[in-house]
Every structure is written in C-alpha cells, then in structure tokens.
Design a protein around this ligand. Sequence first.
Ligand SMILES: Cc1cc2nc3c(=O)[nH]c(=O)nc-3n(C[C@H](O)[C@H](O)[C@H](O)COP(=O)(O)OP(=O)(O)OC[C@H]3O[C@@H](n4cnc5c(N)ncnc54)[C@H](O)[C@@H]3O)c2cc1C
Length: 422
Amino acid sequence: METTGFTENQMTVREAVATLCAKFPNSYWQEHDRNEEDPTEFHAALAKDGWLGIALPEELGGSGLGISEATMMMQTIAESGAGMAGAQSIHANVYATQPLAKFGTKKQREHTIPRIIAGEWRTCFGVTEPDTGLDTLRLRTAARKSADGQSYSVTGQKIWITCAQVARKMMLLARTTPLEEVRKPSEGLSLFCIDLDRPSSSSASSSSTGLEMRKIKKMGGRAVDANEVFFDNYQIPADALVGTENQGFRAILHGMNAERCLLAGEALGLGYAAVARAAGYARERVVFGRPIGANQGIAHPLADAYMRLEAAKLATYHAARLYDGSTAAEKERAAGGDDKNVGVIRQDAVAVAANSAKYLAAEAAFTACERAVLTHGGMGYAAEYDVERWLRECLVPRIAPVSREMIMNYIGEKVLGLPRSY
Ligand SMILES: Cc1cc2nc3c(=O)[nH]c(=O)nc-3n(C[C@H](O)[C@H](O)[C@H](O)COP(=O)(O)OP(=O)(O)OC[C@H]3O[C@@H](n4cnc5c(N)ncnc54)[C@H](O)[C@@H]3O)c2cc1C
C-alpha cells in the first residue's frame, strides 16, 4: 500500500501493530482456522499493549484516538495475514463499546470499559435476528420490565453473533415497546449491556438461566465463533439499560458509520495481503521457462486489483476523517464552542462516505483475493498458501454488517433521489 499522506499517528499505529502481529504468523491462523480455535493469545497480546482502547476515552484507560487510527489498526491486523478472523476477534471490543462510552452511565462505563480494554472481559454485538434480517427495525427480541422496575426479562433469538462463546458481555438491541404500539419502527428499541450468564464450558448452553447458544458452521473466519443465541425469560438487571429506554436505535446508529469504516479497513488489509502474496508468487513461479508474472494475463489483473484497493483506500480514510471531524465538532459544540469555528460536517455526508467506503473496499478485496487464488494456479487451492483462506473470508465484508444491495438502495434513495425500493 502507498502510505504517503497518512498522519504520523496513523503511521505509528501501523508500525506498532504490524510488529505485534508479526508474532502471529500465517501458520498460527491456518491452525486456528483448521481447528476452529479462538485466537485467545492474539486477543490477549493486543489487550496487553492497550490496543483495544484505541478509540475509547483516556479517562477510562483508552488512548482517545479516532476511527481514522482504529481503521488503520484493523487494516494492519487483516493485512498481517490474520485476515478477518484476526480482525473479528477484537472488532466488537473496539466498536460495540463506542455507544457504551457515549451513552452509558458513569457506573456502567467505569465498570465495563476498563475491563474490556484490559482484555479481562470480551464483548459481542447482538442485533441480527433470523426472522428480520436486514430489516433491523422489525426485530422481535423483547425485553419486558418487571412490575417492580428492577429487572427485564428477555425473550427472543439472535443469529450470527460473533464471539458470543468467549464474550462476557453483549451489547443487545431489544424491543421494549411492541412494534404495534410505536409511531415509527425506529422507536421502542432499547440498548442493553448484558452479562452472558452461562456455564464455563465454552460449547455448553444453559437452559436453566434462559440462555442458550449454538455455534454456526461457517465458510471462513473459523477461528472465531458465530452463534445462534436463544433467550427465554432471561433475567437482566434494570441498570443494564444503556441510554434512554425506547431510544436504543439512536445509540446504535452512532456506532454504525464507525463500524463501516473499520470493516472497510479490514477488507483493504485482506486485499493488500492477497495482492502482495500473488505478486511474490508471480515473480518466482517459473513456467514455460519464465516467471508467470512476465505474462500480462497475470500482471494486469493484479495491477488492476492494486489500483482498485488504492481507490477504496482513499474512500475509506476520507470517510474515517469525516467521522472523526463530525465527532470532534459535536464534542466542541457540547462544550459550548462556536459553531462557526467547529465547521459543519453533516451526518448524512458521513453516512454516504462510510457506506461507499465499505462497499468499495469489500468489492476491491474480493477482486484481489479471487485473482490471488487464480495467480497461484493449483496452489491457490492449497491451505498452505493462505490465499484460499483469505478468499473465504473476504465474502464477509460484502455481506455484513450491511449488504452490498442495501448500500446501493441507500445511495440510490438518499443521493440520487430515486424512489425507495423497499
Ligand atoms: C461472518 C458473519 C458475522 C456476523 N457477525 C454479526 C454480529 O456479531 N452481530 C450481529 O448482530 N450480526 C452479525 N452478522 C449478521 C450480518 O450483519 C447479517 O448477516 C447481514 O446484516 C445480512 O442480514 P441477513 O443475513 O439476515 O440477510 P437478509 O436480510 O436475509 O438478506 C438476504 C439477501 O437479500 C438481499 N436483500 C434483502 N432485502 C433487500 C432489498 N430490499 N433490496 C435488495 N436486496 C435485498 C440482501 O442484500 C441479501 O443479499 C454477521 C454475519 C456474518 C456472515
């Protein structure tokens, strides 16, 4: 990747994280993928050096940096060869904690965030449901308040929850007012930071507490678990509520653009790793008496893949810069600063940039990973060469947390003024 133009902070992050990741070679990730084994040591190493708090407030033990630096960190992790598995093992700790830091009470923040930064606890993000899919606002998992107001009872099902088996906490989005009783579907949802109370055995479930989990067998990123999570009258204390009851969607929205930037960074990392690996192979592999890279049929697709990544990189760090700029302006306004001085970055501009970046980076990564496999010929299909692992993993940023189609729906409607198609 061309690094001209990045800030000193971003380059410091890149160099330090790359040095740490070098201790976890591709053989580590191959083995953990094969055995579907959590990269516990990797998560612990990042926590030990304070990286999980990169974008969390300094008073809670974080570094107080922005999404521009966090995106660089996630890119560097993926680019090291750790791929999406490495990134996903820490992703939620970095970004699902953002709404907690912003909307949580002092007690919630001080109780949870330092422990997550230290790596003592891990967290996961519970939004997706099997019967609602991308139509998030119609989610059905219900949290009903007890008569004495001291607790909620949660009933419903979540799906695809990454790292739920190893997480102590879940940021849970649930309905506190039935859909039929709200004016708009975005109302009546609440955000909770809950304990996942289950037996210590990671694969076990506990019907006695009203919480069960089932691991999903999946295509890639097998080192990290993805789960169906079932709640059946699962009891949580009332003080697990984050922010205002029935206003949880607003809190979640806050983190969504940040997450799109981080995922764009992860996709870029995977893509750059794949192109670099393919170019190395193309320089060395000799067939018909010359390196295969001497054939334009091999060189041009790789050059094209590299340029697509470079374009997506510009979009990604532009989006992250806008996000950080809007957050800084918001803070200054809250502190009574002059609007004229802080400048105006519209939230819809941030959203368009973040969605575009996620789309472009995911597509560029897919192109790069597919071409890396083809460049390797038969060996592209062998686990030993890593590119098959990266190709399996690069589908994730195309699907999650929002699909390509929904991003195009969004741009069509909000930017091009086309009729809403869903
Ligand atoms: C590896 C992985 C990890 C994940 N981790 C988490 C996690 O930790 N926490 C969490 O909450 N979720 C997680 N998810 C879930 C992820 O966010 C969802 O899979 C994603 O949002 C897509 O939702 P869905 O699978 O229900 O697709 P669906 O909503 O069923 O959509 C299926 C297809 O139809 C298309 N489609 C649907 N409606 C329209 C429309 N109106 N116009 C055009 N096309 C449409 C979609 O684009 C998609 O291609 C994860 C998913 C994966 C694969």
